[in-house]
Design a protein around this ligand. Sequence first.
Ligand SMILES: Cc1ncc(COP(=O)(O)O)c(C=O)c1O
Length: 370
Amino acid sequence: MPQHPAPVYQYSQLTADAQNALVGGGILSGQIATFNGELIPDLEARVAQLTGRAQALAVDSGSSALRMAMRGLEIRAGQEVIIPEIGWVSVGAAADMLGATVRVAPATESLTPTWAEIAPLIGPDTAAVVLVHLRGRPAPGTAEIAHHLTERGIPLIEDCAQAWGVDVEGRPAGGWGTLATFSTHSMKLIATGEGGLVVGDDPAMMALMRAIAGDTRQKTPRAVWRSKARMTELAAGLALPQVEHLPRLVEDLRALQREVHLQLAALPGLQLVPGSTDPAGNGSLVGVRAPDPDTAARISGALFHHGYRSWWPGPGDLHTAEAWPVQPERQITDHRTYFDIQIPWLPADAHKQWACTLTDLVQQSLESNR
Ligand SMILES: Cc1ncc(COP(=O)(O)O)c(C=O)c1O
């Protein structure tokens, strides 16, 4: 049993007062649903602006955002969708639900596939490729993948569920795909309990998704099956102050991330992911490769036991293809040697001490089996 309750760093608490004001206002005015409110259109406009896209559509989860994206692209039976080996189980589910065949591209050391892993899976029936910016970091080679897919007329869906505030090769995450999806689930950098968004530029595609997601006011050129996946005004009220605060949060997290990175880099036997001293991304995690899966599991378990939030992709983890109905044809790396450590928000004068205590614990755990 862990000594402490499972640690969850609720970055959303940093903007609690502003969220209370917006949500409280919604409750008092009776604007809690999805239509005729102001907060959802505001959130959609802010997220479109943040990602440099023409439009955003707010929905009730990241999984719904993926489903809407695939319906927006009119993916159907007989077609194929390529997804990465590590992501989340609902990525493939979104394609499978439409009758498409799911093909899985193997992950490299960065945890994501590059063009070299995606290209052999492309064929005449490929209807879309999903790329996931995992663990708060940009997927390496995104621009190259986007370029090759554009040349072939194949849509790219960027899954940015874990990538709020991430810069991807000179554009904000969500700025490369035909469509891009986000999650506001409670473990994400912008947390509303449940929620998500899709961003894109094509007005007809955005209108189609808006209709399918349940906006009964939205006309479509022909009758389509519509469902319902709308975000509520209250969730939008939770999200808006966090979107405003995001650049500041990322700056603060990256300062502590840098400190942790520097200290962990001095430990022999561990490799940081990515290896450079500037770990990039939104600062929320520090990725590490251990010499073997047992060591990774042991260190990650010890961290969790001591109240640090740590992820190790062990057996049955729904982020990995091992737990899905379809696997890649070959495996390039053993992702079980990977673990990461979540960076909490802390005042700057507490950074050094936090990084020091964490590093001591990692070192003890690393040496405990030698
Ligand atoms: C990479 C990725 N994609 C999609 C999702 C789905 O988001 P949601 O939980 O909001 O449905 C998640 C959630 O963890 C995720 O990590």
